[in-house]
Design a protein around this ligand. Structure first.
Ligand code: KIV
Length: 308
């Protein structure tokens, strides 16, 4: 694909691609950054039209669209296919691809190779990875390879088991200090932005003055530079457990079920299709067809003889 022009975008200005510098500018101006997830072409078009700033092809796709029990099983190939579909529906928001579990932890080489696939094959502008620890080195290596990286600290679902489950993080001073250390190290490694997930707003308040990069929160209180929600959670398309921080702005699933139910009822009652949903033949063509069918039948024609 052709490279996108790198110009700073005004808030909500559809058609002007969002860049790393426009996000930094938003932070400097105190203008909140809006990020959502998307996993396919129609949801990308919806994100484009609604004027969000950043679209994340999150590994939450594992649960929201692929039906896995957690984010862990989703493969790199699956993520690349989803990210490429999103790219085809998106021009304005910055597109971030989420590196799935197992695709970047082994070595810096593995991390760079995976990130390159998100950029080359799926057309992503940036990638996101989870955790501090060894991910800090991976983030630095990817940045040095010329690919922008978004960090992710606090509740990191890929390693939820090690964190004691899907629970908020940083509620003790010691654990909060670890989250702080990870966030600062990811900034130092060159990340352009970072996600804070499910941490106390008190911790966010303490960290915000220490960080220069734009922070996007999900369950991290109001002090972050922006907010992200999973599309299927916020639109009510997903029937699974919703975390405390989810606010539902619509109930699309209910409408989808109602729509399908109405379709099924119409088909069963022969109310659908109506004449306006079909095609017609001119009466003389239909008459000629009848004659042709009758002739072929009288001649005892096989299926092949029906070809003109
Ligand atoms: O995978 C995802 O959707 C995410 C967001 C919750 C930030 O990582």
């Amino acid at each position: 694909m052709s490279p996108r022009p790198r110009v700073a975008a005004a808030p909500g200005a559809k058609g002007k691609p969002i860049t790393l510098s426009s996000l930094a500018e938003r932070k400097a101006l105190g203008e909140p950054i809006v990020m959502v997830t998307a996993y396919d072409h129609p949801s990308a078009q919806v994100a484009e039209e609604s004027g969000v700033d950043v679209v994340l092809v999150g590994d939450s796709a594992a649960m929201t669209v692929l039906g896995y029990p957690s984010t862990v099983p989703v493969s790199l190939e699956e993520m690349l296919m989803l990210a490429a579909a999103v790219r085809r529906g998106l021009t304005t928001p910055l597109l971030v691809g989420d590196l799935p579990f197992g695709s970047y932890e082994v070595s810096n080489e593995q991390a760079v190779a995976t990130a390159q696939r998100f950029v080359k094959e799926a057309g992503c502008d940036a990638v996101k990875l989870e955790r501090g620890g060894s991910s800090i080195d991976r983030a630095r290596a990817i940045v040095q390879a010329g690919i922008p990286v978004m960090g992710h600290v606090g509740l990191t679902p890929q390693t939820a088991t090690a964190l004691g489950g899907y629970r908020s993080q940083g509620r003790t001073a010691e654990r909060a200090l670890e989250v702080a250390g990870d966030a600062l190290a990811l900034e130092e490694a060159g990340c352009f932005s970072i996600v804070f997930e499910a941490i106390p707003s008190d911790l966010t308040d303490e960290l915000m003055p220490l960080l220069r990069l734009p922070v996007i929160g999900i369950g991290a209180g109001p002090a972050t530079d922006g907010q992200v929600l999973v599309l299927h959670d916020l639109l009510g398309m997903y029937d699974g457990h919703a975390a405390r921080f989810v606010k539902r702005y619509a109930n699309i699933r209910k409408q989808m079920v109602a729509g399908l139910h109405a379709f099924a009822e119409d088909v069963r009652a022969r109310r659908y299709p109506q004449p306006e949903h079909g095609y017609t033949m001119a009466p003389d063509e239909r008459e000629r067809l009848r004659e042709l069918l009758q002739t072929r039948r009288m001649e005892g024609a096989s299926a092949l003889d029906f070809e003109v």
